[in-house]
Design a protein around this ligand. Sequence first.
Ligand SMILES: [Zn+2]
Length: 150
Amino acid sequence: MRSEARFIVDAMLGNITTWLRILGYDSIYWSGGDRELIEKALKEGRIIITKDRGLASTALRRGVEVILVNGSDVPEIIAEVSKRYGIDVYFNPRKTRCPKCNTPLKLVRQDEYRWLCPGCGKHYWVGGHWRNISAVLGEVRRLAEEAWNR
Ligand SMILES: [Zn+2]
């Protein structure tokens, strides 16, 4: 189990960053060059998530861990990350991070789940978008279980 896995996601898969943050994993989005991306991954011990085969093989040669994905289906990609690195695919209200800036959120109200981001000052609560979040995470768990049982 590598619960402390950290990620760097290439620009083509930017929305994956948001989902990893919601699940509580330190994840950054990279839109710069490949060389800088690999350097940053090495320096900060981050796992690269990319669709780019060329980038993946260069990174592997440099000793960086890489998840090379095919499609852009969010649940499939998160399930793959979970299968490879054992990330938790259940939402943890005490561990979640700001989808915008990656800072761990502070739970300010336990009874109705309200959070404050100490990084950017944004407030979060369980609103209408919550149903969508639950649906996506439900699909992630279904795929992850399938993968584990294979
Ligand atoms: Zn924030």
